[in-house]
Design a protein around this ligand. Structure first.
Ligand code: PLP
Length: 325
């Protein structure tokens, strides 16, 4: 329960489509598959095809964005706590990220601080909803505009869009310095297929595509993602079941006196009366993995992905046992 994967298997159509394209694996790419996928994806995103670029995972899309920022001479900034992957990808590309702390307790954007840090020579990365805190960092277009006007580039990571239902993807039509990143790893139950996408103004997207290798998303991964897109009803079921399980777990945690942030994702960010590291260690010894943090601001928190009802209950029981000791 530490990687925010979906507890549900992919749609049955995923194996149908993967089987259909396995025999084409001798090739680098299949035109017909790429065209069909892009058409379906652009329908899903509700933007023309030239606004949507496919990447082998949203992690790879973010890495390509970091390369683009480097080539444009843009310094990277983000908030903290936020998706640690972004900082790691930056380090792998030989650069670093300036961090602006969120306002503690509710983990909200500190717009005054952000405004002071803003510059046309900087790129700002936000995960919205935010990982690990699970809440929305903003839900209004005024905040987006505020950020867009203060930074050279704004990157909004909507990995959990299907759970939050809030998006700024359509705004790429109005702004040429906005990139939205999404993934098939969460609501579409396809973490192992490694498919993500970026949405941006066509010129910016072309520049971004040049920052990644050709044919890097495998034929079978594209086929898997196409199968998942063909079965949106299944994805909606996965999302609503996950939310139901999340709310069940949240209520049970409240009953044992623990609070969580208002989650708009497939995980909970739980506040503890003790260090998250010691709880995570106790749980790991019982075969349950959760995320805990060294960092002072979040040392008394754990992040727990929603799993099956059975796993959620095992987690709850073990956590309660620890707290009663
Ligand atoms: C905010 C955020 N962005 C990106 C990712 C990475 O997703 P992918 O599997 O597409 O690389 C994650 C995964 O947990 C995430 O939480």
């Amino acid at each position: 329960m530490h990687l925010n994967e979906s507890p549900f298997e992919p749609s049955k159509l995923v194996s149908t489509y993967v089987s259909k394209y396995v025999s084409a694996l001798n090739l680098y790419h299949v035109d017909e598959l790429e065209r069909e996928f892009l058409k379906k994806l652009s329908n899903y995103v509700k933007l023309p095809e030239e606004y949507v670029g496919v990447f082998p995972s949203s992690s790879e899309a973010l890495t390509s964005i970091i390369r683009l920022c480097k080539s444009r001479g843009l310094r990277l900034s983000s908030v903290w706590p936020s998706f640690h992957g972004f900082i790691e990808f930056a380090q792998m590309e030989g650069t670093s990220v300036d961090l602006i702390n969120l306002i503690p307790e509710f983990f909200e954007l500190d717009l005054a601080k952000i405004a002071r840090e803003g510059s046309s020579s900087k790129a700002l990365y936000l995960s919205n909803p935010n990982n690990p805190t699970s809440n929305m960092l903003f839900q209004d277009l005024e905040t987006l505009e505020f950020l867009i006007n203060r930074f050279g580039l704004v990157i909004v990571d909507e990995a959990y869009f299907e759970f939050s239902r809030f998006t700024v993807a359509d705004k790429v039509k109005n702004y040429d310095n906005l990139i939205v990143v999404r993934t098939f790893s969460k609501a579409f139950s396809l973490a192992g297929a490694r498919v993500g996408y970026a949405v941006a103004n066509p010129e910016l997207l072309e520049e971004l595509k040049r920052c990644t290798a050709l044919f890097s998303t495998s034929i079978t991964s594209l086929a898997a993602a196409l199968g998942a897109l063909e079965d949106l009803k299944y994805m909606e079921e996965v999302v609503s079941k996950t939310i139901e399980l999340r709310e069940e777990l949240r209520k049970s945690l409240e009953e044992i006196g623990l609070s969580t942030l208002d989650s708009r994702t497939n995980f909970l960010f739980i506040k503890l009366p003790t260090s998250g590291r010691s709880v995570a260690k106790y749980l790991a010894e019982r075969g349950i993995k959760v995320r805990s943090y060294e960092d002072e601001i979040i040392r008394n928190y754990i992040r727990v992905s929603i799993s099956s009802r059975e796993n959620n209950l095992s987690f709850l029981r073990a956590l309660h046992e620890y707290l009663k000791r």
